[in-house]
Write a protein that binds this ligand. Structure first.
Ligand code: C5P
Length: 310
């Protein structure tokens, strides 16, 4: 009889985190720390990045869905996932042995698209390493670490639909029991969020200190009527994004002429969203919009869960 000795199993955890859109994005004039006060309603929609964390020696790889532009991928060596991993490792109890880890990011959320793809990756990394390292970090601590990584990272953890204040990191979950359908049109080239906020400051030097209230969107969600939500959608960064990319205004008009209930820029852009009546309506609109000029047109619904282990 021969005895075979199995190599120790290489453990891994995969976490999936969603894209976000802003149903309302009220932006005030910059605070003393340079961030803008927000009154926003986030919704997590069904476009996801996955982060796989495995025992290893520190390799970070980023792969992208075939529809994402190849040049758009972030640099693995200088990426929010390594910052998230270091932050969690530093925060873990002293004495905890933190083994080396390999991270693989599989991107499907448009890069620099105004859909919090980087924030999704950071949130997924926190959840994956918390599980891989058996840390059992308390939710409020994880949310606090998330806020240190970026304004949208706490929402990527929470998911669903939520009211956001502060710089977007202070969240209150909203009841949103229906499914809303969106056509999502990414751009071939991303937009820098700080550049869009800077353009906002130039265009609106007299922006109020208190951002526009999201009350109309909150009551439209409660009505469960797509037409009511269409009328209430609001994005204070839209004018700045369109000023930097005038073709976004033409795309919104085109989608609305083709039957969307409403088009708007997603967050700081340049992704454009179209609200539809139903899944069938969204798929039909996506078919009509897709063509040589718009090779990538996606359909997604929301709300969906925040970062979760697969
Ligand atoms: O928080 P995060 O790192 O994602 O923000 C990226 C940039 O977006 C900030 O450096 C800032 O220029 C801008 N920003 C802002 N006000 C916010 C959120 C982001 O000015 N509430």
């Amino acid at each position: 009889m021969t005895l075979s000795i199995q190599p120790e199993e290489r453990r891994s955890v995969t976490v999936r985190a969603p894209a976000k859109i802003n149903l309302h994005l009220g932006v005030g004039r910059p605070r003393h720390d340079g961030f803008h006060p927000l009154d926003t309603v986030f919704q997590a929609v069904g476009l996801f990045d996955d982060v796989r964390a495995a025992d290893g020696d520190g390799a970070i790889d980023i792969e992208a869905a075939s529809y994402l532009p190849v040049g758009a991928l972030p640099d693995p060596a200088d990426n929010i996932v390594s910052t998230a991993a270091r932050l969690l490792a530093e925060t873990a109890d002293e004495g905890t042995e933190l083994p080396g880890v390999d991270l693989l990011v599989e991107k499907r959320i448009p890069v620099a698209g105004g859909m919090a793809g980087g924030s999704a990756d950071a949130a997924a990394t926190l959840v994956a390493l918390d599980r891989l390292w058996d840390l059992e970090t308390a939710d409020d601590v994880l949310l606090d670490l998330a806020a240190r990584l970026g304004s949208d990272v706490p929402f990527s953890l929470l998911g669903g639909t939520a009211h956001g204040t502060g710089r977007g990191e202070r969240l209150q979950a909203l009841r949103d029991p229906v499914t809303w359908w969106w056509v999502v049109v990414p751009s071939h080239e991303g937009l820098s969020t700080p550049a869009v906020y800077r353009r906002f400051d130039e265009m609106f030097p007299d922006a109020p200190a208190t951002p526009a209230s999201s009350a109309a969107v909150v009551s439209a969600l409660a009505s469960a009527q797509p037409a009511h939500l269409a009328a209430a959608l609001h994005n204070d960064l839209e004018a700045a994004a369109i000023d930097l990319r005038p073709e976004l205004g033409e795309l919104i008009a085109h989608g609305e002429a083709e039957g969307a209930l409403r088009g708007l820029v997603s967050g700081s852009g340049p992704t454009v969203l179209f609200l539809c009546e139903s899944g069938d309506h969204a798929r039909a609109l996506a078919d009509r919009l897709q063509g040589d000029d718009l090779p990538v047109v996606l359909v997604a619904n929301g709300p969906v869960s925040g970062a979760h282990v697969l």
